[in-house]
Design a binder for this molecule. Structure first.
Ligand SMILES: Nc1nc2c([nH]c(=O)n2[C@@H]2O[C@H](COP(=O)(O)OP(=O)(O)OP(=O)(O)O)[C@@H](O)[C@H]2O)c(=O)[nH]1
Length: 143
C-alpha cells in the first residue's frame, strides 16, 4: 500500500463549442507525456481556488477569457503519477470570450467524443470519458 503520497491537484476544462465538439490540445515536446492529447488546464498555484486556477490557465494556454461562474464541475480522476498522486478536477465550460489558440500546446483540435476515444491521452483521462459522454448526452454535444 502506498502511504501518504503527495497529492498533486490539477484542474482541466472540457470546452464544448456550439456544435457540441470538444477542445483537446497536444502536449508539446520536452514536457512530461509529450505528444499526448489532453484537456487544457494545469496546476493549482498556492492560494488559488481551483476555478480561479482554471480560468487563469485557459487564459495562458488558449488566450480566452472564462468567468469562474461558467465553470461547472463535471467529474474527477485520481491516479498515481510517479511518486505523487494526481487529482484531476474536470470542469465543463460552454461559454468564453475569444478564439482559442494553441499558445502553449503544439496544436489544438475540436473533436467529437468518438474522436476522443481514438486519441492517445494521459492514463488519468481515460476513466473520464464515460462521464464526459453522459454530460454531452444530457446537455448537448457531438457523439
Ligand atoms: N492540463 C491537463 N493535465 C493533465 C491531464 N491529464 C493528466 O494526467 N494531466 C497531468 O496533469 C499535470 C498538469 O501539469 P502541467 O505541467 O500541464 O501544468 P501546467 O500547465 O501548470 O504546467 P507548467 O509546469 O508548464 O506550469 C501533468 O502532469 C499532466 O500530465 C489533462 O487532461 N489536462
Amino acid at each position: 500500500m502506498e502511504i501518504n503520497p503527495t497529492l498533486f491537484p490539477v484542474v482541466a476544462a472540457l470546452l464544448v463549442d456550439g456544435a457540441g465538439r470538444l477542445l483537446v490540445q497536444q502536449r508539446p515536446p520536452g514536457k512530461m507525456m509529450a505528444g499526448l492529447w489532453e484537456f487544457p488546464g494545469g496546476k493549482i498555484e498556492p492560494g488559488e481556488t481551483p476555478e480561479a486556477a482554471l480560468a487563469r490557465e485557459l487564459g495562458e494556454e488558449l488566450g480566452i477569457q472564462v468567468a469562474v461562474a461558467d465553470l461547472t464541475p463535471l467529474t474527477f480522476a485520481s491516479d498515481a503519477l510517479g511518486t505523487r498522486h494526481l487529482i484531476l478536477l474536470l470542469y465543463r465550460c460552454d461559454s468564453w470570450i475569444g478564439e482559442p489558440e494553441p499558445l502553449h500546446a503544439s496544436t489544438i483540435r475540436w473533436v467529437t467524443v468518438d474522436d476522443l476515444r481514438a486519441l492517445d491521452m494521459p492514463p488519468a483521462d481515460l476513466p473520464l470519458l464515460g462521464a464526459i459522454e453522459q454530460s454531452l448526452r444530457h446537455r448537448g454535444g457531438a457523439q
